[in-house]
Write a protein of this length. Structure first.
Lengths: 142, 142
DNA sequence: ATCGCAAGTGCAACTGATTTGCAAATACCT
DNA sequence: AGGTATTTGCAAATCAGTTGCACTTGCGAT
């Protein structure tokens, strides 16, 4: 539930997560989970592909794996724009993200709270909001 | 400055906007502005391409036009994820957007206000935020 | 009004991210 | 260990968006 650095996750634990989600435990899936687990911020599909290809995993396998994970809710898929999808393990909990439109840096805003309130009452009706994304310039780029 | 339905914008007015931005007044640009003007919500590049191609405008021209408009700040480019860019005339003013991850519907949240506040004070440092995007399920899809 | 040329356009070919079809490989239940 | 439904790797396809280039056109100067 909390943010972790880069400690590895044990194979049996990964296996459990997969089996619980109804997925077979395969090397590609284990590698993908380890990859995501090791990163403090969401990774783009491209970054994950780059990380796993050297180990011999095909990019199509990686993309398929990420889709499966998303369906099974093992990971949460963020649409941060810029034609790229990002993924993070869903057990880190829901939080907003900030993306710098200049350098592309992504920050997880677990330390921020949001208040979203209708101003007039004509009330556009949103259903449920489960992703909050802020874009702008990070301190460095500003 | 306010939201409009689908009334057309006069040619001289479009011409003015373009000249003020330092752009020549060409049929493709006029068509693109009219297209954006007629829509109550941001349009994706694909939608604009589809709208203008039947009239004989090439998609590369449309993409180029949209980039120029973005540079000149005539339009604001939104990165709503889903591998697609959306555009709206910048004179509608800054406001947040909601996008349904199921049906893709986009809502402009000009009637909402946002409060974003650091919870702890360890303070992740954001620079300036100029786009707020919420994703989730709209009322219909929920 | 019309001329000249920089700016804008259409076309076709290219890129980069992602997807798909299919045959070979493999996880895992018995 | 064995059989089979699931996964995987590969190559080819797709899709949004971009680019190079020769042709056209808007518009300030004549």
């Amino acid at each position: 539930m909390t943010k972790r650095k880069s400690a590895a996750i044990s194979l049996p634990e990964v296996r459990n997560r997969l089996r619980e989600a109804g997925l077979r435990c395969t090397p590609a899936r284990v590698a993908a989970i380890n990859c995501l687990f090791a990163s403090p911020t969401p990774l783009s599909s491209g970054e994950i592909v780059e990380a796993l290809e050297p180990a011999g995993f095909d990019k199509s396998t990686v993309y398929r794996t990420l889709s499966e994970f998303t369906e099974c809710k093992i990971v949460f898929r963020l649409d941060l724009g810029d034609s790229m999808r990002h993924y993070e393990l869903s057990d880190v909990g829901t939080h907003a993200h900030f993306k710098c439109r200049q350098c592309g840096e992504i920050q997880c805003l677990d330390d921020f709270s949001f208040e979203i309130s209708p101003r007039k009452h004509k009330a556009v009706r949103l259903g449920s909001v489960n992703e909050v994304l802020l874009r702008g310039l990070c301190e460095a780029c500003e």
